[in-house]
Design a protein around this ligand. Structure first.
Ligand code: AMP
Length: 303
C-alpha cells in the first residue's frame, strides 16, 4: 500500500543538559520517512527546502534506501524551516527556543503525478492548513493519520479542528493532548479526542511509553528501556515512532486493534534509535537487523 508523508524538512539546533549542536538534519517529515522506510518502501516524501539546505543533509537523506524524494522541492531563494529546542534535566520535557517557518509560509509543494495512487497518508507536524491542503488532494485515501504540535494548537486551532474531523488516526504527545482537551490523563484525553473525529488516537508519553485508544479498546505500552546515558537527544523520537507505526501498518492486510498494538511496538523500537544521537544520524545508521533484534528484546520486556 503506497505510503505518503508530508511535513517539515528542517535545520535543527538542540541543547541538552550536557551538549548542544547547531544545524543538524531534522524535521518531522524527515524523521518519519527514514523510520517508516525500515518497514515499508517506498515512502513517498512531499516537502520543500530552501537554498540554505545543507548539502550534507541532502546527502544523508539521499543515502536512505526506500525513500522516494521526487516530491522534495528545492526553492533556491527561500529559507528552509528551522527549529531550536532546549531539553530540561529529565530529557523528557523541552522548550522551543525558536521556530523559523521559512518555506512553510509559502505555497505547498506540488504533488508528483506518480504519487497520485497513494492511499496511506501521514501528515507529520506542519501547519494544519498545509496538512488539510494535502489531504484534499487524496479523496480516495484509505487511511489518513496526523500529528501536531503546541505551536499549531496555539496559532491554528480552528484549522486543526477541521483537520481532526477528516482523520482516521491522530498521534500526539501527552502535553499536546492536554492542550487540546484540558485533560491531563492520557487515556481520558485520547478518548475525548475520538469525539473530535479520528477513529483511533495514540498519546505518547516520552520515557513513560504510549497509549492507544479507539471507541472499544485501550492499550498501554512502555517505552524501550534505554539507559539514561544512552539518551543523547529525544528530538524526532515522536516522528520516528509515527514512522515505525505507519511503516508497519502499510504492510498489514487488515488494519485492526491488534495490528495497531504491534505497530506501536515497532514505532517504540524504531524511535529508540533516534534517541541515541543528535539529528537523523542514529536512525539512518541503524540497520534492519538491529531494529529486529531490539524488537525481540522489547517483546520479552513488555510481556
Ligand atoms: P519531535 O521531537 O518528534 O516532536 O519532532 C521534532 C522535529 O520536528 C524537529 O526535527 C523539528 O525540526 C520539527 N519541528 C519542530 N517544531 C515544528 C513545528 N511547529 N512544525 C513542524 N515541525 C516541527
Amino acid at each position: 500500500m503506497p505510503l505518503l508523508v508530508t511535513g517539515t524538512i528542517g535545520i535543527d539546533t538542540v541543547e541538552t543538559p550536557t551538549a548542544s549542536v547547531e544545524q543538524v538534519s531534522g524535521g518531522s517529515c524527515a524523521y518519519f520517512a527514514v523510520a517508516a522506510a525500515f518497514h515499508h518502501s517506498p515512502v513517498r516524501v512531499v516537502g520543500v527546502v530552501g537554498g540554505d539546505w545543507p548539502a550534507e543533509h541532502e546527502k544523508l537523506l539521499r543515502s536512505v534506501s526506500g525513500l522516494c524524494l521526487d516530491g522534495l522541492e528545492k526553492r533556491p531563494d527561500s529559507k528552509t524551516f528551522a527549529w531550536g529546542g532546549r531539553y530540561f534535566d529529565n530529557m523528557n520535557d523541552r522548550e522551543t527556543l525558536f521556530t523559523e517557518l521559512g518555506v512553510l509560509e509559502e505555497e505547498p509543494p506540488e504533488i508528483p503525478y506518480l504519487y497520485q495512487d497513494s492511499r496511506m497518508i501521514f501528515l507529520a507536524n506542519s501547519h494544519p492548513s498545509i496538512q488539510l491542503d494535502l489531504l484534499d488532494k487524496f479523496p480516495d485515501r484509505t487511511l489518513a493519520v496526523a500529528d501536531t504540535m503546541d505551536l499549531w494548537i496555539n496559532i491554528a486551532n480552528d484549522e486543526l479542528h477541521v483537520l481532526l474531523q477528516q482523520l482516521d488516526g491522530f498521534i500526539i504527545n501527552d502535553s499536546e493532548a492536554e492542550m487540546i482537551t484540558g485533560i491531563s490523563d492520557p487515556i481520558a484525553a485520547g478518548q475525548k479526542i475520538l469525539e473530535l473525529g479520528p477513529s483511533f488516537v495514540i498519546v505518547k508519553k516520552g520515557e513513560y511509553g504510549s497509549v492507544l485508544v479507539d471507541k472499544d479498546n485501550t492499550s498501554v505500552l512502555p517505552a524501550f528501556p534505554l539507559a539514561i546515558e544512552d539518551v543523547i537527544d529525544p528530538t524526532g523520537a515522536g516522528d520516528s515512532f509515527a514512522g515505525g507505526f505507519m511503516g508497519y501498518i502499510a504492510t498489514v492486510n487488515e488494519i485492526n486493534f491488534e495490528e495497531m498494538k504491534t505497530a506501536m511496538a515497532w514505532g517504540t523500537v524504531t524511535a529508540s534509535f533516534t534517541l541515541q544521537s543528535f539529528g537523523l544520524d542514529g536512525l539512518v545508521k541503524a540497520s534492519k537487523d538491529a531494529i529486529k533484534s531490539r524488537m525481540l528484546e522489547f517483546t520479552e520486556f513488555a510481556k
